[in-house]
Design a protein around this ligand. Structure first.
Ligand code: 5GP
Length: 192
């Protein structure tokens, strides 16, 4: 049986990356799509691990060739999901995680029935700013832009199937696992 797309969004520094990483460690049936981006590579990042890093021109080439499932401009940079990886893994029965912004999530919602979306939020709003300030890779100007984006992103929560409060990573990861199990079960029932 086919897998499905699991869209994970949430304001910057809500901790969605950590939850996804934990989930990948414990679930063999879940894979994560690595996005393509035109943003600069942070010191702690590696090509092909966090992202495939491209120039603006290379990214625009991928758009033209129809190689992206969705793409958006976030904080002034392009981000997109390579189509091939997602299609192949869904066919193999995997749950494919797309950690993407609210604009990308909207495109996926319009194009695919076979998707579930989760919005990750920190327990307190102030945590977003605190976590961002801990990230030394960000300048003050970038922090400001990211906080403004977070405000706008919160308005989109109503379009998601689930929201997930990231209070404790292990608890939040377990909740995400439960969502996957429930969604799988529902799909299996339909095809019985
Ligand atoms: P960051 O620069 O912090 O790695 O990511 C910034 C934002 O871009 C995050 O909200 C992240 O979810 C989003 N993002 C990452 N990859 C993609 C993608 O492939 N498509 C879209 N639409 N957003 C993405």
């Amino acid at each position: 049986m086919e897998g499905f797309l699991l869209v994970v969004s949430g304001p910057t520094a809500a901790g969605k990356g950590t939850i996804v990483k934990e989930l990948l460690k414990i679930r063999k049936d879940v894979v994560q799509s690595i996005s393509v981006t035109s943003r600069y590579k942070r010191i702690n990042e590696e090509e092909g691990r966090e992202y495939f890093f491209k120039t603006k021109e290379e990214f625009e080439q991928l758009i033209e060739e129809g190689q992206l499932l969705e793409y958006a401009t976030v904080h002034g940079n392009y981000y997109g999901t390579p189509k091939k990886f997602v299609e192949e893994n869904i066919k193999l029965g995997k749950v494919v995680i797309l950690e993407i912004d609210v604009q990308g999530a909207q495109q996926v919602r319009e194009k695919f029935d076979n998707q579930v979306s989760v919005f990750v939020i920190p327990p307190r709003k102030i945590d977003i700013e605190n976590r961002l300030r801990h990230r030394v890779t960000e300048t003050e100007e970038m922090i400001k832009i990211r906080l403004e984006t977070a405000e706008r992103e919160f308005d989109q929560i109503k379009y998601y199937d689930y929201f997930l409060v990231n209070d404790y990573v292990d608890v939040a990861t377990k909740r995400l696992e439960n969502i996957i199990d429930e969604e799988r079960e529902e799909r299996e029932k339909k095809y019985d």
